[in-house]
Write a protein that binds this ligand. Sequence first.
Ligand SMILES: C[S@@+](CC[C@H](N)C(=O)[O-])C[C@H]1O[C@@H](n2cnc3c(N)ncnc32)[C@H](O)[C@@H]1O
Length: 186
Amino acid sequence: MRIFVLKSNTACLDNINPKSPASSGRFDVVLDFVLECLFDRYGPRHDVVVYTVLDGCSPCRILKFDISNVPRRRIDSESEVLKLIFEKSVQVLDMNFRQFLEMLKRDGVKLVCLFEEGDPVDKHLRDICSGDVAFIIGDQDGFTQSDLSVMREVGCRFVSIGPIPYLSWFCCVYVNYLLDTYCAST
Ligand SMILES: C[S@@+](CC[C@H](N)C(=O)[O-])C[C@H]1O[C@@H](n2cnc3c(N)ncnc32)[C@H](O)[C@@H]1O
């Protein structure tokens, strides 16, 4: 299973203005992340789970999206993802970032932090083709020092897809492409 995790330090479940997600703690970044990571042109992918860590207000909440709680068709608008959240179709986890990563680790998931200055991804491709892997991706401002410390302490590896900083959603599109191509041929 591929798990994509967005660590947002600005988005919050309590104050979303549906008319302007971008001015609601950059909730647009969360919505685009879900759209681009989970859905292909036919509908939700079977092999992907998306978590969005909403650390923009206290307490931190984590939303889980996968094929079991989203429509089995292509969704391509932010407003449709917002509707799922407002209708409470998606699972909400009450835990903080560290507790969440520790839970994944206990479940045997490999933890990969996507970080511009990390190790080149090619070195890790073979290993991340097998088993469950979580890719942790920063928000529009990247990770805070505290996020980086938590990830180091929990034992994440730091992996780069190149020196250029890409948008958060683009990273999952690229990782999906890489793994679809590379892992299918190994
Ligand atoms: C918009 S970027 C963060 C902002 C970026 N640090 C900057 O200088 O503007 C969002 C996140 O995508 C991931 N990311 C973006 N480009 C990357 C790259 N070239 N390699 C690995 N991860 C990347 C990182 O997790 C990053 O925190």
